[in-house]
Design a protein around this ligand. Structure first.
Ligand code: NI
Ligand code: MN
Length: 224
């Protein structure tokens, strides 16, 4: 499987048959590696309702027919746009041809640009037996250590930009709690408010924890 970083918190997990697209904020994202008109998707996962995560979800879902997995209130709002949605809530798991996705807690807010209030989340994802944890937007909290307890995490996609989420220093502690084999930083350097030194984060994580850090530039892919 391939993990491709599209910029900000957007990623695809893919193989020849399926593409899971997470938080596709592309239009208006100065670091976006792909346009909303061309990004592939067979399933779309949304961590929460902020504009920098919903992004181009509606237009991509309409073009591709991909169902959108989101927390119930957000799924309700998006369903009114005429796209296929799958609603879920914290702790729930949905199975797909490619594996499954479980919604897990994140500490943040999640009011949509249209005003729908919901709870933010992360996803623990099994894509063809590779376990990927997208933390969503979150601050540091101790329950991060519970997420991989029954499913050891291969890749953690972790916000490090600060200001709206945990910064790169708290993210070192988060990496220790999550215990992934590999951490891929995200949600940084998109805007001046969330500038972060990913190389310093890598050095700190690799000296303080057993995880390695893989820095992907927007558009880069790693093969698991
Ligand atoms: Ni947010
Ligand atoms: Mn965000």
């Amino acid at each position: 499987m391939d993990i491709r970083y599209l910029g900000h918190a957007a990623f695809t997990l893919s193989d020849d048959d399926a593409t899971v697209l997470i938080d596709p904020f592309l239009t208006g994202n100065p670091t976006a590696a792909v346009s909303a008109d061309e990004v592939p998707a067979t399933t779309i996962l949304l961590t929460h309702g902020h504009g920098d995560h919903i992004g181009d979800t509606v237009s991509i879902a309409k073009r591709t027919g991909a169902p959108v997995l989101a927390i119930v209130e957000l799924a309700q709002e998006l369903g009114e746009e005429g796209i296929q949605t799958l609603d879920i809530n914290i702790g729930g798991t949905v199975e797909f041809d490619w594996g499954w996705a479980k919604m897990v807690p994140a500490w943040h807010t999640s009011t949509t640009p249209k005003g729908t209030v919901s709870t933010p989340a992360g996803y623990l994802i099994n894509f063809r037996d590779t376990i990927v944890y997208h933390l969503g937007d979150t601050g540091l909290f101790s329950d991060l250590q519970l997420v991989g307890k029954r499913h050891p995490i291969d890749y953690a996609l972790m916000c490090i930009g600060g200001h709206y989420t945990m910064d790169r220093f708290d993210a070192v502690d988060a990496a220790g709690l999550v215990g992934a084999k590999t951490v891929i930083p995200c949600h940084y350097n998109t805007f001046p408010a969330i500038e972060a030194d990913a190389q310093a984060f890598k050095a700190d994580v690799e000296s303080a924890t057993g995880s390695s850090v893989l820095i992907l530039e927007p558009g880069e892919t790693t093969t698991a």
